[in-house]
Design a protein around this ligand. Sequence first.
Ligand SMILES: [Mn+2]
Length: 425
Amino acid sequence: MQLNKEQIIAVNGSLEEHETDFDHLADKLTRRGVDVGEVVAQLAAFQVAIPSWALGAGGTRFGRFSFEGEPGSLEQKMEDIGVLHALTQTAGAVSLHIPWDTPTDYAAVRDIAKQNGIVFDAVNSNTFQDQPDNQFSYKHGSLANTDERIRAQAVAHNLEVVRIGEQLGSKSLTVWLADGTSFPGQRSFQKALSQTEKSCLEIYRGLPEDWSLLIEYKPYEPNFYSTVIMDWGTSFLLANACGKRAYTLVDLGHHLPNANIEQVVATLMSKGKLGGFHFNDSKYGDDDLTVGSIKPYALFLIFNELVYGMANNPQNPELAWMIDASHNIKDPLEDLLQSLEAILEAYAKALLIDQEALSTAQLEHDVVRCQEILQGAFRTDVRPLLQRARLQGGAALDPLSAYRKLGVRKRLVDERGKHTVATGL
Ligand SMILES: [Mn+2]
């Protein structure tokens, strides 16, 4: 299924209310010294990759409730991302998970991507599950395993993922390791870390010259006593050990409660080592909830550091942005539309922060003024700016309402049936 511009323009209807709202906001912001056209252009340029595993209903460790009309193949997943991109003009990339979404027909997959204006972002490897064709099990670890043959198998899998990505135009590999222990004494921390470093280096040396390695971290789960790459510091030291094209990847849900993620972002960007970013939201742990559904102010503060870093840290590469969320009670496409909206809202609000005034207030130790500047930007209803950015690209005024008015889910169920199941968690 593909949405065309005519359908979207028709469902947008009258733009009168939008124009009134936009003009009012633009006047206000212009008086505050904001270059509104520039903000809209930055919003329009912002693209977030959709992971191939987020198009179906997510699972929990207790069960999975299927959602009707789920994509049953990679081609159908790409079509779903095409729908998101047509509605928002923000979802112009896909991040593939191998082996869940290994292409069988590369030409067909490249074709669908082209038709829908989608590029291939970072590819993701999987050594946290055993695959049917694996000789050895990852039960006791992969890149950090005590057994050299198992480490070699895990390194070979990562390089195989790179070969797949190369055929699609990807330029980076994301490694997230489940390796760790669930009980004290189970493994030597030092040996596990040193094996991981060696394995990462082997992967890094196998990358094409224009590829990057993104190293993700997470404090716990599936192991509950220790994880080898548990925090940004461990990821950072592994990235440094590998070389200049290896970076840390921050996933919002991969921190212990109350971690100051905005400070982590600032530190990594100042060192030129933040390579990728995974969006989601959480209340307790790696909950993978819709972006902005729990802590929108924290997301805004993180975006403040990202915006500052993008403007002031030329040593840091362009970031690979991705939504990494998945759960089991919403229509996955509606969920992703909500996430995309929340990401752009936080980004827009961060772009409104008067950095010069903030810097002055900081120098004057005017703590109250610092807070007023941040919260003034946060309290602004920026939705007319998001609407304007979308309308300029031929997307929907209100993507979620357009999705419902166009009856997308019903059409997908008619096409695919009620009982298809998407690969993924
Ligand atoms: Mn992630």
